[in-house]
Ligand binder design. Structure first.
Ligand SMILES: Cc1cc2nc3c(=O)[nH]c(=O)nc-3n(C[C@H](O)[C@H](O)[C@H](O)COP(=O)(O)OP(=O)(O)OC[C@H]3O[C@@H](n4cnc5c(N)ncnc54)[C@H](O)[C@@H]3O)c2cc1C
Length: 242
């Protein structure tokens, strides 16, 4: 754990109201495990609100990728507005890594990832890391969004399916009818029927769920209904979202 000053290297719009930010490590040695998060503090922000100048954000990059990648919904909060307008090369303070939401690499049990919206960030790190290491572990990503336009990194996951026979993607949209680009994939909510249909025997995998509190409540109910035991489930709740 430590505190670093990193500079903004790249900023991209990656989905509706959603941006990614890559920070340059500037040659500093820094280790983390995929699934962990950092606390980013803005330095002398031009404006602030009562919620302050720092937020916890999951690391979205794998340790093999350059720099530190985070991604967030641009909600209009003072923090997000300042971050969204930060000039390239500007410094921020980064504390961490924090958290124990990490894959057990000793286990060979299939890994099932359940992501709600921006809860995808720690899974991008875990999946990219597994692919970078040539891991043969079976991984299934359930990725729930309202529309495909809302689904950050979706194109990457579609491409990664072809990089590893062990990686399966099940993307599901709850408001597909609102999509401008159209969606011919699965629609509805991530429920017990979808888990059973995709996984068959639900008793073996290790489950990792991340997202806003409302998504987490729904997923917890679906997992219980599908017969998954509590000790099989690891959770990362993105507090601060509804
Ligand atoms: C482990 C973890 C990982 C996360 N990873 C991500 C991620 O990868 N991407 C992402 O977008 N979000 C992530 N979040 C959520 C993120 O920290 C923010 O809460 C969220 O992005 C909403 O921030 P906001 O500025 O849009 O909303 P706001 O409502 O402005 O801010 C919410 C934040 O303010 C704090 N807060 C609320 N009320 C007050 C108050 N009165 N005084 C002081 N503080 C207050 C909350 O604790 C919360 O951290 C993560 C959260 C956790 C805990």
């Amino acid at each position: 754990m430590g505190k670093l000053t990193l500079t903004l290297q790249e900023r991209c719009v990656i989905a509706e109201n959603t941006m990614s930010f890559r920070f340059d490590l500037g040659g500093q040695a820094w280790a983390f495990r995929p699934g962990q998060f950092v606390r980013i503090t803005l330095i002398n922000p031009p404006f602030q609100d009562e919620k302050g100048a720092a937020r916890s954000l999951s690391i979205a990059s794998s340790p093999q990728e350059p720099g530190l990648l985070v991604a967030t919904r641009m909600t209009g909060s003072a923090f997000k507005r300042v971050l969204g307008e930060l000039p390239l090369g500007a410094p921020v303070q980064v504390a961490g890594p924090f958290g124990a939401f990490v894959l057990d690499n000793e286990s060979s049990a299939p890994a099932v990832f359940l992501a709600g919206g921006i809860g995808i960030t720690p899974f991008r790190a875990m999946i990219r890391d597994a692919l970078d290491r040539g891991s043969s572990r079976a991984m299934t990503l359930f990725y729930a969004n309202r529309t495909p336009e809302d689904a950050a990194f979706l194109d990457e996951f579609e491409a990664w399916k072809h990089q590893s026979a062990g990686f399966r993607l099940v993307a599901i949209m709850s408001q597909a009818e609102k999509s401008r680009r159209g969606w011919t994939g699965r629609t509805g909510l991530l429920d017990a029927a979808l888990l059973r249909e995709t996984l068959g025997d639900a008793s073996r995998p290790a489950y990792y769920a991340a997202g806003p509190p409302r998504f987490m409540a729904g997923v917890q109910a679906a997992l219980t209904q599908a017969g998954v035991r509590q000790e099989q489930i690891h959770e990362d709740e993105f507090m601060g979202y509804p």
